[in-house]
Design a protein around this ligand. Sequence first.
Ligand code: ATP
Ligand code: MG
Length: 394
Amino acid sequence: MERAKLLNAIIENAIDGIITIDDKGIIEHINPAALTLFGFDRAELVGKNVSVLMPEPDKARHDGYISNYNHTGERHIIGIGREVTGKRKDGTMFPFRLGVSEVKFSDRKIFTGFIHDLSRQKDDELRIKSYTEELESKIKERTQELIRSINELETAKEHVSAMFEKEKELNQLKTRFVSMASHEFRTPLSSIQLSASLIDKYTLKQDATSVEKHTAKIKNAINNLTTILNDFLSLEKLEAGKVEANIHWFDIFPFAEEIAEEMQLISKQNQLIVYEHKGTTGQVLLDQHLLKNCIINLISNAIKYSGEDTMIQFNSVINNNELIIEVKDNGIGIPAMDINSLFEPFFRAHNTGDIPGTGLGLNIVKRYVGLMNGTVSCESAQNVGTTFRLHFKF
Ligand code: ATP
Ligand code: MG
C-alpha cells in the first residue's frame, strides 16, 4: 500500500507528462504535468481516445498503430521513443519526445506514454540556428570585405611598382645621359675654349675676320650643346608621359617648304634640299610642333650622314587620307645589322666614326610619330643612301 502511494506521488509530481491507455487507445490515467501540457482538465480526457491529443495524420491512424502492434508485435515506438507533435486543447501544436512502454497484466495490457516537452529545446535550437546563420552571413560579409581590401591593396601595390619601374627607367636614362653628355660635351666645349683663347689673340692683333670666324664657331658649338640638352629634355618629358599631341588641320605644303628653307641654311657645302609635294590636297590632321620636330630630326641626320655636293630629297604625298613623308639621302647608309636598333635611345650605328651625335634623335621621332598614331620606317644600303618614311592616316 505504501509502495502504491509512493508510485502515485511520483507520477502525480513528475515534471514529464505520463498517460496510460488501454489496448484500444482509451485514456485511463493522466498526470497533472500532461494535463498542463495539453491544456485539458482530467475529466475531459479520461475515457477518451488518446488520439484527441494528436494532430493529423497520427490522429486518424493511431487506432491502426495499436491494432497493428497487437497483431504483429512489430515495434515502431514502444521501447524506442520518438519525437512527435502534440495538439493542445486550444489547437496549438508543440513538439515532445514520446517514450511508450507496454505493461502486461495477467488479463490485459496497458501502454504508458512518457511525454517530455521539447518546445524550449526547439526554440533554443531555432535561436541557435538563426544565430549561426547570422554569424555565417556576417563572416561571409567580412570575408568579402577582406577580399575587397586585399584586391585594393594588390592594385595599389601594382601601381606603386609600376611607378617604381618608371622611376627606375627614368633614372637609367639619366645615368646614360650623364655618361653620354660627359663624352659628347667635350668636343664642343674644347672648341669653345680654343676659339675663346684665339679670339683674345686676334683681338690684340685687331684681326676682325678671324674673331668673327671664331665667334661663329662658338655659337655653333653652343647650338650643338643646346640641341643635345633639348633632345634630352624632350625624352625626359616623353618618359614622364608629359607630351600630348595637339592635333588640328593645316596645309603641309607651306609648312614643309619653310622647314626645307630653314634646313638649307644649316646644310653642308653644296648640299641641296629639294622639297616636293604630291597630292590633290595639302590638308593634314596632325600636331605641327611634333611633326616639325620629326622632320628636322630626319633632315639633320640626312645632312650629317651624307657628304658635300649631294642632294637630299624631302617629299610629302597625300593619297586617300594618308600622308607619307620621305627624307632621302645619298650618304653613308646604315649597316644591315644596325637597322633594327636605330630607334633605341642612345643607339648609334657602327659606321658613324667621329660624326657627332647622341643617338636620341630617332627615338624621339618614333615616340612623337606614335603620339600622332603614325609609323616610321627606314630603308638603307651602306654607302648608297638612306630613306626614312613617316606614315599617317586620318
Ligand atoms: P642625335 O641624337 O644628335 O640625332 P644621332 O644622329 O646619332 O644623334 P639618331 O638621330 O637617333 O642619333 O640616329 C641614330 C643612328 O642612326 C645614328 O647614330 C646613325 O648611325 C643612324 N642614322 C640615322 N640617320 C641616318 C642617315 N640618314 N644616314 C645614315 N645613318 C643614319
Ligand atoms: Mg640624329
